[in-house]
Ligand binder design. Structure first.
Ligand SMILES: C[S@@+](CC[C@H](N)C(=O)[O-])C[C@H]1O[C@@H](n2cnc3c(N)ncnc32)[C@H](O)[C@@H]1O
Length: 291
């Protein structure tokens, strides 16, 4: 590609992002762009010969091994996880689960999908009353609180890097009269402890130094439906969301930018997970055993 073409491409992308942040790009255009990106990404994995295909796969696996468990931790903290709580109450389901739910059938609501998935985690991790549980990257405590309520004899420890998430969970524990929960404010990539746990969850984080006992996949249809629900809730409550973001970010302009980011986040993920009827990008649940 010539320097001029590269430059023109960069300018076109910058212009697209600027229009998008101002809320001027119609949803259909964003969806079309996402479908093009998905197609490109799928082609990236397919090589003309089986040797090339295998070499490509091995080099991809090696690049994953050398990756950090979480990257740009400081930026992530501030921008992604300190989100105004009233907004999360609007967009997410009742447990504020910030990862996919499980939609058993077409009548499943977002709230039900969250509980279904939390129950599935417990079943597949073989949770029993009395165990000690560690929930890495616990978010607003969907799993931590679910386990603590369902198995009162379990001692559940959640780790998060977000002050507001910790405060939220501790408040919920008071309301629910739970004394079997501890929340530690820490960076999981640096966290060290002498304690041992019967079960360690890492929902939407990566664990290492373990062997695999069992592995399940769930169709991409589940997260795709969840992201569609989030978008619908956001759009149905647009006036309230605008008010929350204007007061949180301090201006109408910034509020519009963040509303657009969240809308694009939902649209892009629902498109990606829906591709090829949920058979290309999916959810993976892995039962590990410490070596
Ligand atoms: C995608 S959310 C998932 C939250 C929760 N597991 C759930 O399913 O609702 C990722 C969570 O991990 C936390 N997190 C991300 N990087 C972390 C780190 N380096 N140390 C501790 N927590 C981290 C975030 O604050 C957030 O709560």
């Amino acid at each position: 590609m010539s320097m001029e073409t590269k430059h023109a491409k960069k300018e076109a992308i910058a212009d697209f992002i600027k229009r998008m942040e101002l809320g001027q790009v119609p949803d259909e255009e964003i969806r079309k762009k996402m479908r093009t990106l998905v197609e490109k990404r799928l082609k990236w994995g397919y090589k003309p010969t089986h040797e090339q295909q295998l070499a490509h796969l091995i080099s991809f696996i090696q690049s994953l091994r050398s990756m950090e468990m979480a990257e740009e931790v400081d930026t992530l903290d501030a921008e992604l996880y300190e989100i105004p709580l009233p907004f999360l109450h609007i967009m997410c389901g009742k447990t504020l689960k910030f990862s996919p739910g499980y939609f058993k059938d077409e009548s499943t609501t977002l709230d039900e999908s969250e509980i279904n998935m939390l129950d599935l985690y417990c079943e597949r991790a073989q949770i029993k009353d009395g165990q000690s549980i560690l929930d890495l990257g616990c978010g607003h405590g969907s799993l931590t609180l679910h386990v603590a309520q369902k198995y009162r004899g379990c001692k559940v420890t959640g780790i998060t890097n977000s002050v507001s998430q910790k405060e939220f969970i501790m408040d919920e524990c008071k309301k629910l009269d739970l004394s079997n929960v501890e929340i530690i404010l820490a960076d999981v990539t640096k966290f060290e402890t002498e304690n041992t746990y019967d079960r360690i969850f890492a929902v939407a984080l990566i664990e290492e130094d373990v062997s695999i006992l069992n592995h399940w996949t769930l169709s991409g249809k589940h997260p795709s439906l969840g992201f569609k629900e989030w978008l619908k809730r956001l759009d149905d409550n647009m006036d309230a969301v605008k008010e929350i973001f204007e007061s949180f970010y301090g201006s109408k302009e910034k509020a519009m930018k963040w509303i657009t980011y969240w809308r694009v986040f939902c649209i892009a993920h629902s498109e990606m997970y829906a591709s090829n009827n949920g058979e290309e990008w999916m959810l993976s649940q892995v039962l590990f055993k410490k070596i």
